[in-house]
Write a protein that binds this ligand. Structure first.
Ligand code: MTE
Ligand code: MO
Length: 312
């Protein structure tokens, strides 16, 4: 470890008070984990509880969170299985400690960050978001995380960066399901990526993220179908051109690059007009799906001149 004396530290590295507070909590968590011998990622949540992280103003406060047991036991994790219940136990085999994320491509300062370093420099917030899967079900999840934009700022994107590509971990020893080509890949346009609603989540319900929900770090883009919200990210690349993404490559006529939630654009095999809310009873009516999943006021301007039926 390099120990710097005070005069070696450039002013650009001096931490603002909020970050300092955050860092102190995390250092305490790491010390606790060293003693207890638990993993760093579980210790982050264990020490702080993440119960008191500030709520972002962008969260829609009226939303009622879906019961956590449903969110944890009804997951899509195709590297492991097609079955939404089996992923709960199969995903436990994923190795998430240590974890690092490479950020590269059209940037001034590419970097590889260990998860603990990354977290020590980000103030965490709670984001209560609707989440709509392309299959026609939805939930409301209180995520804990930070805007992707605040991480991208650190690598100083070049003006040539027009798209951001994300790659999931692929651990073939434990991921046995052949469906898509692994690793799972997703991408956003740069303006979508830096939109304040777009977050990287490291927790949910005031606790750490369950492995089946994408631990240790996943994307959440609340106005797009769930498949854009890629789990267990190991690499982020800023690119000049749109990359091929997993679902779009697998079935381009069914899963568009944009995947904006839109009740007016049917999936070729089913309507998107309504959705089954996780936890609703048999007789509870389905929810009417909203354009951009209800986030139109914030995001519609990014698609102003686009034909959403063509760029679906
Ligand atoms: N790596 C990876 N990310 C993924 C998936 C996946 O299979 N693998 N499934 C996607 C789909 S289709 C959905 S709906 C959401 C589901 O998130 P959840 O399981 O936490 O509810 O994750 C998305 N991210
Ligand atoms: Mo999905």
């Amino acid at each position: 470890m390099i120990i710097k004396t005070k005069k070696d530290i450039p002013s650009s590295e001096i931490t603002d008070p909020q970050l300092f507070y955050q860092r102190r909590k995390i250092i305490k968590a790491m010390l606790a984990s060293a003693v207890a011998g638990s993993t760093i990622s579980s210790a982050f949540a264990g020490e702080t509880g993440w119960k008191n992280v500030p709520k972002t103003e962008l969260s829609i406060d009226k939303l009622t969170a879906t019961p956590i047991e449903l969110v944890k036991n009804y997951t899509n994790y195709y590297e492991f299985t097609f079955n939404k219940e089996d992923s709960t136990h199969l995903a436990q085999a994923l190795q998430i400690d240590p974890w690092s994320i490479e950020i590269t491509g059209e940037v001034e300062t590419p970097m590889t960050l260990h998860l603990d370093d990354l977290l020590s420099q980000q103030a965490l917030e709670e984001f209560i978001y609707r989440f709509r899967c392309v299959e026609g079900w939805s939930m409301v999840v209180p995520w804990v995380g930070f805007p992707l934009a605040s991480l991208l700022k650190r690598v100083k994107p070049l003006s040539s960066a027009k798209f951001v590509k994300f790659t999931s971990a692929y651990q073939p020893e434990v991921m046995h399901n052949a469906m898509l080509e692994w690793p799972y890949v997703e991408a956003l346009r740069i303006d979508e990526a830096v939109h304040p609603l777009t977050i990287l989540a490291v927790g949910m319900y005031g606790d750490s993220l369950a492995k089946q929900n994408g631990a240790p770090l996943r994307l959440v883009v609340p106005w797009k179908y769930g498949f854009k919200s890629i789990k267990a990210i190991v690499k982020i690349e800023l690119l000049k051109r749109a990359p091929l993404t997993s679902w779009n490559k697998y079935a381009p006529e069914e899963y568009g690059f944009y995947a904006n939630v839109n009740p007016a654009v049917s999936h070729p095999r089913w309507s998107q007009i309504s959705e089954r809310q996780l936890g609703s009873r048999f007789f509870t009516p389905r929810r009417e799906t909203e354009l951009f999943n209800g986030y139109g006021a914030e995001v519609a301007s990014m698609y102003r001149d686009m034909n959403l039926a063509h760029f679906f």
